[in-house]
Design a protein around this ligand. Structure first.
Ligand code: ATP
Ligand code: MG
Length: 269
């Protein structure tokens, strides 16, 4: 049998064929006007290939979430433009943006944001109902299949509070997949999880890209998670910086910490 390699063995560098860009950001800038204007993201150029798994890294407050919200059409740029599947989204009104998000994008956040008064299955079927493409039977069948594929068979009728943190996050991923999105955007999806569940979520997202040809854009602080990605976008002070900048910053911070520790450990004179 010619089985595809398991997700953990999918090579991050093993994708030589050029991929069409599903998302293109050109000089994307987001400024907050006010007495003291704040620039959240400045002139970001980003291209995301179909089936590519990209992580966004950067120090706290560097603009990672702001960039992700722009890429996910949850926020609008003050200048620059964003093309989704070749279509310029600049002129879209709020309704159109909401429709595009519902049909083409899936979101996963650090905290699951599942509705606790509904079962896992109901939570997953909700975006399908809003989109209105499938009838009730098809929605149910699809919801059950997605949950089963994410290892949640037997948990479909539980409420979020009856699930573990890792299971809840998998339900949130299932909900993000409900309408068969071309891109899944995730903001620190493993930020609230233990090591084992984090690894599980990482492998699931890796497989969504490798096996299902979905694009994944994930903000993360988790180096283990980041190592599964095809590519890393690094952002510092709202600007995309050359890959490797974070490693340099982290090494400098570690050196400063070590020096501080030594100084602190020295006997007072
Ligand atoms: N509504 C706002 N008003 C003023 N400043 C804001 C606002 N939203 C974000 N910021 C600032 O913009 C910067 C970028 O914020 P953002 O949330 O994108 O950072 P981040 O990289 O996701 O940080 P973290 O890793 O802590 O989640 C931060 O300095 C933040 O304080
Ligand atoms: Mg953030």
């Amino acid at each position: 049998m010619n089985a595809a390699p398991p997700p953990e063995r999918a090579s991050p560098a093993g994708r030589e064929a050029p991929r069409s860009s599903v998302l293109v950001a050109e000089r994307l800038t987001r400024r907050l006007e006010g007495e003291v204007p704040v620039t959240l993201v400045e002139e970001a150029d980003v291209q995301i290939g179909r089936g590519e798994f990209v992580v966004i890294r950067g120090p706290s407050g560097s603009g990672k979430s702001s960039l992700l919200y722009l890429l996910g059409l949850l926020d609008r740029p003050t200048s620059g433009r964003l093309l989704l599947e070749g279509e310029d989204t600049s002129g879209f009104d709020e309704d159109r943006l909401a429709d595009v998000r519902l049909a083409k994008l899936g979101f996963v956040f650090q905290f699951h944001f599942l509705l606790n008064e509904f079962s896992a299955l109901d939570n997953v079927m909700m975006p399908m109902r809003r989109l209105g493409r499938l009838d009730a039977d098809a929605r149910r069948e699809r919801g059950l299949r997605i949950l089963r594929d994410l290892g949640l068979a037997g948990h479909e009728h539980k409420r979020p509070s009856q699930l573990s943190g890792g299971q809840r996050q998998r339900v949130a991923i299932a909900r993000a997949l409900a309408n068969d999105p071309v891109i899944v955007l995730a903001d620190e999806p493993t930020g609230a999880l233990d090591t084992k569940s984090s690894g599980n979520v990482r492998d699931i997202l890796r497989e969504l890209a490798s096996g299902q040809d979905r694009s994944i854009i994930a903000v993360t602080h988790d180096l283990h998670f980041a190592s599964a990605a095809d590519r890393q976008i690094e952002i510092v002070d709202g600007r995309i910086v050359p890959t490797g900048t974070m490693a340099t910053l982290e090494a400098a911070a570690a050196a400063a910490k070590a020096a501080g520790t030594q100084t602190g450990a020295a006997p007072a004179s």
